[in-house]
Design a protein around this ligand. Structure first.
Ligand code: ZN
Length: 713
């Protein structure tokens, strides 16, 4: 029984779908049978996208859940005393059909959806959540797991078996299996209230963001935006029957993209304030009452489960382990970060003066004047870079090349494997010894029916118990070229390709017995480590020279362009790091409230929490304010927003280790694969990192990489 996450980039959707492992014996497939009823006969058990129809998913989900519940009942009711095999191995083997349909469905619904698939998702999501409760709150099943756990030292388990027992036991307890019946009822009630409040928050926020767009009467007030954006604003207004006016819609963050180009200061201020107060207008879309209820109910849930606050509950099975560790990690950045914010603010204030203006910098001025500073300082034009980044060349001569140099992997195009959309490319991944490692799909181009952002996940998860090899995919949203034109991408897109492939390597190198512990099934504050780490190779001189070639002339990117990319990478980090740190600290403050705390006044609480950060929160407000912080109130990142920063520390530190040991070599790559990438969740994260590096992670390389002075060394 595993949870599969789509691993997205910062802020992107991370959808957790309950999937579950294998049925004991599925009926042999008969003609016309549901394509998920038996394992795929394709190489690597790849999904049968040649025969799967939209109408196959819902019946397969229902059948898959039914089969697994019967399997679970059999395990729980087994008259024989519990053993590792008749309980844990049996659970690992249960739910094969549900596993197959979930992995295929959630891959396709994110990347290539339609009305029918959307409808299936709406219908199946609550069913999957109830299915999970039916398993984890099954008292007889938990008693068997607990009996094994209580005598774990006498069971003579191999290390991976011992870890599986520990992880299952923990999952049951975190789901409330240990509570008495009265408390279980309370928990179910809290969960129901929480889930409806989270849904209410999401719905209010969607409406608030829509209503919050800035409407402008006079085109002159939008000067600086560019003709295309102004035309789009006129069109957006028309759609809302505001003919002759202009509408600038809100993005989900505090800073709005248009703020970097709007010339009129009053318009900038108005747009910023529309965003800042979007969900605090005292109308039906005001989220503040919902938030204070959510914070309070979460604190009560944590108390019921034996934790002092919700952050302590969430962090207990993460790498950081305690809220204090996550908080302390961020506080170590504050001195250098605050100093950099001060320096950047002064630089921007000077640019405002240079522009002949005489006002004091406000958050709505930052992006515009930072952009002017950037142009003056770095002279970097994205358009000049693009001819060097053709997507297939970047993939085959860059991403694959780095994996070959580090890990000895090679890649063979497979045109015989069916895909869910004709743009999808499939490769077989061949290991250093010539054996088949797994299968890899790349779905790079933007479509109207694809979610935003970029992500990785599996169609088939690796498990030697189940005899499965990994089938992995990367999905991105690059602009599709006109027919016959080369697909040229930005350097930021190149970085995304390396990032998502880093997740893919984590999935491909998995060599676990049990699916639950396999590959990327790790904590949120660990999972972005392999992906962010892999980004570093995009700028490695040997790798860059191998892939960054002019698509027309074949000429390698000139050294001065490479230099500009490297220098511009550390620009404006006081702002971009600062807004994330402020949001992450605000998140942890909300979830540090004890169960007996009174309901909070949201604005007063937020003000006090931000004042405690030690950062310049007046010029650099948090990336998300409490009232529109979807990650923590609606998207499953409660007390977890820090994870993006935490994994950045791990990856920058590991890259520093590589640099100190000769950089891009097979020896270094093999070591990283052996000690990190192939481990799944077979060990705890802290010891895993220490074994690789010989010490605890250090924040210095991350600050250096962000262009911030290392802390007082
Ligand atoms: Zn990622």
């Amino acid at each position: 029984m595993t949870r599969t996450a789509l691993l997205g980039t910062v802020g992107a959707l991370a959808l957790a779908a309950l999937t579950a492992a294998p049925a004991l014996a599925a009926k042999p497939a008969t003609t016309g049978a549901n394509p998920f009823a038996s394992p795929s006969t394709l190489p690597f058990e790849a999904p049968r996208f040649d025969v799967i129809k939209d109408a196959d998913y819902l019946p397969a989900f229902r059948q898959g859940m039914k089969i697994q519940l019967a399997e679970i009942k059999k395990i729980a009711d087994n008259p024989a005393a519990p053993t590792f095999d008749n309980t844990l191995v049996a659970m690992e083997k249960s739910g094969r059909m549900l596993d197959r349909v979930s992995l295929a469905f959630f891959g396709v619904v994110q990347a290539n959806t339609n009305d029918a698939l959307d409808k299936v998702q709406t219908e199946v999501s609550p069913l999957l959540s109830q299915h999970q409760d039916a398993i984890y709150l099954n008292a007889k099943l938990f008693q068997r797991v607990k009996a094994l756990y209580d005598k774990r030292d006498s069971l003579k388990l191999a290390p991976e078996q011992a870890q599986l027992l520990k992880v299952y036991h923990e999952q049951f307890i975190r789901a409330g299996a240990q509570l008495n019946d009265a408390d279980k009822a309370k928990l179910r009630d809290l969960n129901t209230q929480l889930s409806s409040l989270e849904t209410a928050f999401q719905q209010k926020l969607v409406a608030a963001a829509k209503a919050g767009g800035l409407v402008v009467d006079d085109k002159a007030k939008l000067a600086g935006l560019g003709d295309g954006a102004i035309a789009a604003a006129a069109e957006a207004a028309k759609e809302r029957k505001l003919d002759g006016k202009y509408l600038v819609p809100l993005q989900n963050t505090t800073q709005q993209p248009a703020l970097s180009s709007l010339d009129d200061r009053a318009t900038r201020q108005a747009l910023f304030e529309r965003g800042w107060t979007r969900a605090e207008m005292g109308d039906a879309n005001d989220t503040r009452a919902t938030i204070s209820d959510l914070a309070s109910l979460r604190a009560q849930k944590a108390k019921l489960l034996g934790f002092p606050n919700y952050a302590a509950y969430v962090l207990a099975d993460q790498m950081a382990v305690t809220p204090e560790a996550a908080q302390g990690f961020m506080q170590r950045m504050v001195p250098a970060l605050a100093a950099e914010q001060k320096r950047e603010a002064a630089e921007i204030q000077a640019q405002i003066k240079k522009d002949g203006q005489d006002f004091a910098l406000q958050p709505w001025d930052w992006a515009k004047y930072a952009e002017e500073v950037r142009k003056a300082k770095y002279d970097l034009d994205d358009g000049a870079l693009k001819p060097y980044f053709e997507v297939r060349t970047v993939l085959e001569e860059g991403v694959f090349y780095a994996a070959n140099q580090l890990y000895g992997l090679t890649f063979k195009r497979r045109t015989d494997i069916p895909v869910y959309q004709p743009d999808v490319l499939v490769y077989e991944v061949i290991d250093k010894d010539g054996s088949a490692l797994g299968l890899m799909y790349f779905d790079y181009f933007k479509r109207d029916n694809k979610s935003g952002g970029a992500w990785m996940s599996n169609f088939v998860q690796q498990s030697t118990l189940l005899g499965t090899k990994p089938v992995v995919y990367n999905v991105c949203n690059f602009t599709k070229p006109a027919p016959g034109q080369p697909a040229l991408i930005s350097f930021s897109d190149v970085t995304t390709m390396f990032h998502e492939f880093g997740h893919a390597l984590h999935g491909l190198f998995a060599k676990q017995t049990y699916e639950t512990l396999s590959g990327t099934n790790v904590a949120r504050d660990f999972v972005e480590f392999p992906s962010q780490f892999n980004e570093h190779w995009a700028l490695d001189p040997k790798v860059l020279a191998h892939y960054a070639k002019n698509h027309q002339t074949g000429e390698t990117m000139p050294a001065d362009l490479v230099e500009k990319i490297k220098k511009a990478a550390t620009f404006n980090q006081g702002y971009s790091l600062g807004e994330v740190v402020a949001a992450a600290m605000l998140d942890l403050e909300w979830h540090a409230l004890p169960a007996d705390a009174p309901k909070q006044d949201v604005d007063a609480f937020e003000k006090a929490a931000l004042a405690k950060t030690g950062l310049d929160v007046d010029d650099v407000p948090p990336r998300y304010r409490s009232s529109y912080f979807l990650h923590i109130w609606g998207n499953g990142y409660a007390a977890g927003y820090y994870a993006y920063l935490w994994t950045e520390m791990l990856d920058d530190d590991s890259y520093a280790w590589f640099k100190a040991h000769g950089g891009l070599t097979r020896e270094n790559g093999d070591r990283f694969r052996e000690m990190i990438l192939s481990k799944g969740h077979t060990e705890e994260y802290g010891p895993m990192f220490r074994a690789f590096y010989g010490k605890d992670p250090d924040i210095g390389p991350m600050l250096e990489n962000r262009g911030l002075a290392p802390e007082g060394k």
